[in-house]
Design a protein around this ligand. Sequence first.
Ligand code: ARG
Length: 463
Amino acid sequence: MSDKSSNQMWGGRFAAGPDAIMEAINASIGFDKRMAAQDIAGSRAHAAMLAAKGIVTPSDAEAMREGLLTVLSEIETGDFAFSTALEDIHMNVEARLKEVIGEPAGRLHTGRSRNDQVATDFRLWVRDQLDAAEAGLKALMRALVAQADSGADWVMPGFTHLQTAQPVTWGHHMMAYVEMFARDLSRVQDARKRMNESPLGAAALAGTSFPIDRDMTATALGFDCPMANSLDAVSDRDFALEFLSVASISAMHLSRFAEELVIWSSAQFRFVTLSDRFSTGSSIMPQKKNPDAAELIRAKIGRIFGANVALMMVMKGLPLAYSKDMQEDKEQVFDAADNWMLALAAMEGMVKDMSANQPALEAAASAGFSTATDLADWLVRELDLPFRDAHHVTGSLVAMAEQKDCDLPDLSLDDMQSVHAGITAAVFDVLGVHNSVASRTSYGGTAPVRVREQVARWKDALA
Ligand code: ARG
């Protein structure tokens, strides 16, 4: 008989319990207790299946079902004493079940292993997070569409190289992010579809000789089907990596918008005012109102992408099937998920509350010769100049305006004609920023009519 201090779940062949350091490095209960609900759902599905297949008696299965519900409510109410000696959530739950229902608890682990158990729990947990991300992304997209709706025709500078390029509309800029988050959303949905297969019943690695019904447990847990290869089922974590890469791309999108909000809310830009609810003050400078939420969202990509890289490194080079290395999968994903959800919610809150400063946007839109391309296009259209020549003429006019320290529309017709004699007063129509944006009606362009079409499309899609 083994020493009493050896593990009650697997200590049969052990004469002594683990060293304290061994226990410390081995235990995952400190973090995998977050999968308690998933673990118990998996066990309930497994127990019901064991009874349906005559592998355990109906009365044992009923005892397991009730006992598992008791354990779940203990965990939910905080009445559960987690034990590091019991390593992980799987053995903590089973050991407690034994205390609650006695002998039948020992039959629950028939035809399964912690290897398929943990793979199942983790898939269920990640699947919940994908669903939460879907909700978070949609909420953020709705907030952006609302912003676009109220400012579909407000002009602002569009930038390339962060230099004024051409006027665009506020609505168009907001809708650009809607498109990005929509692709994040489709990646989330796509990942969910691919990962929604059940590892349960793969057992340790090779399947089991018990006549289990994997379709039954898969259905009970909301999976589309059981995974087709037991070695694969217990040994891959690509679903978690896919979650992290989708999260990384989305966090990258969030960081770009966050950066724009940081710039836009500065005294130098004043494009937007963030609400007090999503700003902070400085302890020394009384005038300060800081965009901390935006800065933190900008930074979240660090840990999220870090998690992606870390798990990729954990998985790289692992032989089939399960290796304990894979216990290092969870903390990365938990942390990334928490922070992605938080970033999505904070961004939604900021976008909902922020107000765009329409006069400041408009003033900035006209600065920096932003309608120079409109002038060049006019020369092509009205005077039939080749675009390259029109570009050159316009460049000379910009240089002239720069010299006179004025904007393009402030040049006189004489000034214009001194560069190209064919220019007429009609040119001034295209130099205004409103005409400029209104003219960009190509599909996907910044014209308010196009923006309103996109707003309507997304309002429908997100309703
Ligand atoms: N705590 C373990 C993990 O997270 C559960 C699986 C343990 N399996 C094993 N054969 N030791 O990966």
